[in-house]
Design a protein around this ligand. Structure first.
Ligand code: SF4
Length: 280
């Protein structure tokens, strides 16, 4: 039964059947044995269809690297905008507000239809460290702030492990409106929204940028590459250091990868000249 349930077959019923040798159905013109054989064939076909459906669903939810939702590649990635002129430290908050004002009550992509809030960013406009995620989830959409749900709590812990406070870093996402069902943003959506992210990055101008997950790495670097090949090293990015690591939501699903994520964060700490606080 569990095997069938794993395949998505949940409804079962039993019907009493007379012994094969004793009962043939003259109206149908065939034996009970033939009828049972037909039912067995139908059941096997249903199992095969359910297995194929389950495999297709799994393929949609997991990319070839088994790490993150797949990013559809039918459309290319927009060229990143030119690096903007540096904004004086004391003007960065106002410059970010200008970007937020320009976004307004945005309807530039389809994600606007299902959102409750535009999730612009959180943190210090003069941060030395910036995190970029994929997009808001339900908690973020409700509160209008990035990384405030369970994944956000884990990110807070990661920041604390680096010896920093959340208020000292800057946090934003590739898209600012919640994709329905927390799906991966479509390329059209990410390409439409990401120019605002690039402008935020250019204003904050952090020393180190950490891409959380494959979607953030893909749209920042402008190419779809295996996360495994991007992690564990420093990428030159718009005059700063870019480190790629797992998305906290993925780490919640697979806590065994936290050690790898910590190794990535230690690379970021080295770039920042930080040492991990002593454990009490
Ligand atoms: S995701 Fe970005 S581009 Fe799309 S509607 Fe929201 S703010 Fe506008």
């Amino acid at each position: 039964m569990r095997f069938y349930r794993d395949l998505g077959l949940t409804d079962f019923y039993c019907r009493q059947v007379e012994p094969v040798a004793a009962v043939d159905d003259p109206k149908l013109g065939r034996s009970v044995a033939e009828e049972l054989a037909e039912r067995e064939g139908l059941l096997q076909a249903a199992i095969a269809a359910a297995a194929q459906s389950a495999a297709e669903t799994a393929a949609q939810q997991t990319n070839i690297f088994g790490e993150e939702p797949a990013i559809k590649t039918r459309k290319g990635f927009s060229a990143p905008p030119e690096i903007a002129a540096a904004v004086p430290v004391e003007e960065r908050a106002a410059a970010l507000q200008l970007i937020r004002d320009e976004i307004g009550d945005c309807t530039r992509c389809a994600l606007h239809t299902g959102r409750h809030s535009i999730v612009f960013a959180d943190g210090s406009p003069t941060a030395r460290l910036m995190f970029v995620g994929e997009g808001p989830g339900a908690d973020e959409d409700a509160q209008g702030l990035p990384f405030v749900g369970r994944a956000g709590q884990l990110l807070n812990n990661m920041i604390a492990a680096m010896g920093l406070k959340r208020e000292e870093v800057y946090i934003a996402n590739v898209v600012k409106c919640r994709p329905p069902g927390n799906r991966t943003p479509e390329p059209e959506e990410a390409n439409t929204c990401s120019p605002f992210l690039f402008r935020q990055i250019d204003v904050v101008r952090p020393q180190v940028l950490v891409a959380l997950g494959a979607t953030a790495a893909t749209y920042l670097l402008g190419a779809r590459q295996p996360l495994a090949g991007l992690r564990g090293r420093v990428h030159a990015f718009r005059g700063m250091s870019l480190i790629v690591t797992y998305h906290p939501a993925f780490l919640l699903r697979d806590p065994r990868q936290k050690k790898e994520a910590w190794a990535d964060l230690q690379i970021a700490m080295k770039e920042l000249g930080l040492k991990a606080p002593r454990q009490s």
